[in-house]
Structures are given as structure tokens and as C-alpha cells.
Design a protein around this ligand. Structure first.
Ligand SMILES: Cc1cc2nc3c(=O)[nH]c(=O)nc-3n(C[C@H](O)[C@H](O)[C@H](O)COP(=O)(O)OP(=O)(O)OC[C@H]3O[C@@H](n4cnc5c(N)ncnc54)[C@H](O)[C@@H]3O)c2cc1C
Length: 389
């Protein structure tokens, strides 16, 4: 396959600042040189490429849109989105790692934590010296996290946690977990450190999607944590949803990266593969699929870019993020499926990135709010009627 040429049918690069393009191009090179050459092996062996953590940290990719005073890069949100796009062009597992570390661990510590918690954790997480995870989903409660069973009870100066979380990205390799639990005052967020008695994080095996990502259960059995591990600014499910909105923003961009990788493969492959004495790109039904891909990626880019501009201007509404997550992941998955067909039998081989992206996107369309839940969030914004409960 040829070198990735970018996808910019509508000259959207003209709308990016020099700094935004520099960030994008730096991460594009990182994906080409450091992620793509090794990711198939990790996908096949179901391992996370731990060696990439210090390299990503060195590029300032963890909590990249958080302030420099805590060791972060202080990028704007458009540059942050472009980082997510390029990481996911490498693999959704790498983008997921960065999303969790930044949007779901560093963001809540930054937003809801004490100054002491911020000073202790944010520079170490930004430097990749520590890894974090975010525990909201439970075995019996996914789309409806407000019904969670995990609870925390105050005992003297400590909190005692009981319950279980499931499908937690980075769980087994995390040094610190942001855990959401019910208390007498409603849902609160807590920091639970690796090695705390009563806390374990077994890995979930046999995944057919996001295989290069570590996914785990978190189990709390009379797990006692110090009182100061409460994130004091958290109050109710809304705090957890604020974190998810940060991560969904990154997914709206990231999914485009996966779609671009599939589109690029499909263009190259159909131009080179001959059947009936012609390149298969010459057939109308093949071109129709390529046109779908480019059109939907371009529409998705426009959504993501304007979403980013709204976020940078402090005008972003969460339903706008829902629309972009819903749309961009959906078109990315459809693009991957069409690309897989265009590659014929080769489409199921890890020799090409398409089937890996296709399998990964089956997780991306489910996590951080399923496609249907985001549809219903937008539906409520239109009608004023919540149809999900
Ligand atoms: C690889 C991976 C990594 C993940 N990482 C994390 C993580 O780091 N932290 C974390 O907390 N969670 C994580 N998750 C969990 C993820 O967020 C949940 O899977 C997701 O929220 C959906 O929950 P569920 O799987 O329990 O599905 P369910 O909620 O049981 O939904 C099943 C189906 O029912 C539909 N449905 C449910 N309710 C309604 C309704 N009211 N109306 C219409 N349809 C409905 C859904 O759309 C879906 O199609 C991860 C998941 C995966 C696959």
C-alpha cells in the first residue's frame, strides 16, 4: 500500500492553523512509523504495545488539551481532535488508551480534584509514568449507569467500596482507577490505587475487537481507601457524563482516522487489483463504494471541525457531541465494511488494515454510549421527549 496521503476533498486544511497542522502531521508520522508497523502483531497476540506509552507522552498526547501548568501540552480542542484522528488511523486501541488517560482520568482529576490530587497525578499521567482507567460500566448496567450497584460507605476517615465494574479499558495495567460509586449523597467519583487491599482488575480475554487494548473487570471487596481519595467536586451521575462527553468528542474525530485508513486501502487496492482485464476501480459498483466513503468522511470532517471550533469557543452543547459521535462512528464502520468487501478475500487478512479497523469499530460504536443511545439523546433534543426510559 502506498504512503498515506491524507483525505481533504474539501480543502479543510485551509481552515486549520499552522500549529494545528503541525500537530496533525507530527502524529501522522508517529502513526506511520511507530504504530502501523507493529500493530498487527499486537492485534493478533492481544497485547497492548506498552513501549508506545513513553513515546506518546513525549509528544504531549496525554491530556493534550489540559493546561501546561500540570505538565500537559495545552493544545486547543481542534488540535486535540486531530491527534485522536491520527492515533485511530493507527489503531482504535491506541486512541482508546489516549482517550481514557486524558479525557476519562486526567480530565476528572483536573475538573473535580483537589489541588493536591492534581499535583500528584496529572504530571505523572501526562508523562506516561502512571496509567489510569475509568470505571463506570458494570456487569448489569451499561447504557443505564445511574442504576449502578457499586457503592461506597464512609467508615471513620475512610471509604469502603463494594461492587464490580466491567469492560474497563486499561484496567489491568492501570496505576489508578477513577471509580464511580453510589454513596449516601448520590454518585461520587473516587481514586482507587493499584495494590489497594480488596481491589483486583482481572483482564477480559477472548475479545474479537480492540484486541490490542487491555480490557478488564474491576472488583471491589470491602476495598478501603483513604478519605482524601474522594474527588470532592463530583456530585451525581452528571459528573461522570461530563467525562464521557470529553471522550466522545475525541471519538468523533478518531473514528474518521479509522475510516481514512480503510478508504485509503480501498483506493489503492482497487486501483491495483485487476479482474476481467481491468482494474476493479473501473467498475461502477466499486466506484459507488469509494464515492460513499469519501463523501461520508468529508461530511464527518466538517462535523468534527465545527464541533472543535464550538468547543474551543466554549459554545459546545453535549447533544452536538452525541450527534458527531453517532454519525462519525457509524460512517466509519460502514466505510470499513465496504472497504473489506472491495478487498475481496484479502479483506479478511491482517496483511491489510481494513478488517482490524472493522472489528475495532464494533467496540467504538458500542462504548461511550451506543449508537442507539446517542440517537435517542438527539431525539430528545428535537422532541423534548426522552425515549430511552
Ligand atoms: C472494548 C470496550 C471498552 C470499554 N471501555 C470502557 C471503560 O473504559 N469504562 C467504562 O465504564 N465502560 C467501558 N466500556 C463499556 C461500554 O461503555 C458499554 O458497553 C456501553 O455503555 C453499552 O453498555 P452494555 O454493553 O451494557 O449494553 P446495554 O446497555 O446492555 O445495551 C445493549 C443494547 O441495548 C440497547 N439499549 C439499551 N438501552 C436502550 C434504550 N433505552 N433504548 C434503546 N436501546 C437500548 C443498546 O443500544 C444496545 O444495542 C467498554 C466497552 C467495550 C466493548
Amino acid at each position: 500500500m502506498g504512503e498515506f496521503r491524507g483525505v481533504d476533498f474539501y480543502r479543510l486544511d485551509d481552515l486549520l492553523s499552522e500549529e494545528e497542522m503541525m500537530v496533525r502531521d507530527t502524529v501522522r508520522t508517529f502513526a506511520d512509523e511507530r504504530i502501523i508497523p507493529i500493530i498487527d502483531r499486537h492485534f493478533e497476540e492481544a497485547t497492548f504495545p506498552m513501549g508506545l506509552i513513553p513515546e506518546m507522552a513525549g509528544l504531549g498526547l496525554f491530556g493534550a488539551n489540559l493546561p501546561e501548568e500540570y505538565g500537559c501540552a495545552g493544545m486547543n480542542d481542534v488540535a486535540y481532535g486531530l491527534v485522536m484522528q491520527e492515533l485511530e488511523r493507527g489503531d482504535s486501541a491506541i486512541r482508546s488508551f489516549a482517550s481514557v488517560q486524558g479525557a476519562l482520568v486526567m480530565y476528572p482529576i483536573y475538573t473535580f480534584g483537589t489541588e493536591e490530587q492534581k499535583r500528584r497525578w496529572l504530571p505523572a499521567l501526562a508523562a506516561g509514568e502512571k496509567v489510569g482507567c475509568f470505571g463506570l460500566t458494570e456487569p448489569n448496567h451499561g447504557s443505564d449507569p445511574g442504576s449502578m450497584e457499586t457503592h461506597a460507605v464512609k467508615r471513620g476517615d475512610c471509604w469502603v467500596l463494594n461492587g464490580a465494574k466491567s469492560w474497563i479499558t486499561n484496567g489491568t495495567i492501570a496505576d489508578v482507577a477513577v471509580v464511580w460509586a453510589k454513596t449516601a449523597d448520590g454518585i461520587r467519583g473516587f481514586l482507587v490505587e493499584k495494590g489497594t487491599r480488596g481491589f483486583s482488575a482481572p483482564e477480559i480475554k477472548h475479545k474479537m475487537s480492540l484486541r490490542a487494548s487491555v480490557t478488564s473487570q474491576l472488583v471491589f471487596e470491602d476495598c478501603e481507601i483513604p478519605g482524601e481519595n474522594l474527588l470532592p467536586g463530583t456530585g451525581g451521575l452528571k459528573s461522570a457524563l461530563m467525562c464521557l462527553n470529553q471522550a466522545r468528542y475525541g471519538i468523533a474525530w478518531g473514528a474518521l482516522g479509522a475510516a481514512m485508513a480503510c478508504y485509503h486501502s480501498a483506493v489503492d487496492y482497487t486501483g491495483a487489483r485487476h479482474q476481467f482485464d481491468r482494474p476493479i476501480a473501473a467498475f461502477q459498483l466499486v466506484q459507488e463504494k469509494l464515492v460513499y466513503m469519501l463523501t461520508e468522511i468529508t461530511k464527518g470532517q466538517l462535523l468534527a471541525l465545527h464541533l472543535g471550533r464550538l468547543k474551543d469557543a466554549g459554545k459546545l452543547r453535549f447533544v452536538q457531541t452525541s450527534m458527531a459521535k453517532m454519525n462519525n462512528v457509524s460512517i466509519a464502520l460502514e466505510t470499513a465494511r465496504k472497504a473489506r468487501q472491495l478487498l475481496g478475500a484479502n479483506g479478511i487478512s491482517l496483511e491489510f488494515p481494513v478488517v482490524r479497523h472493522m472489528c475495532n469499530l464494533e467496540s467504538v460504536i458500542t462504548y461511550e454510549g451506543t449508537h442507539d443511545i446517542h440517537t435517542l439523546i438527539v431525539g430528545e433534543a428535537i422532541t423534548g421527549i426522552p425515549a430511552f426510559c
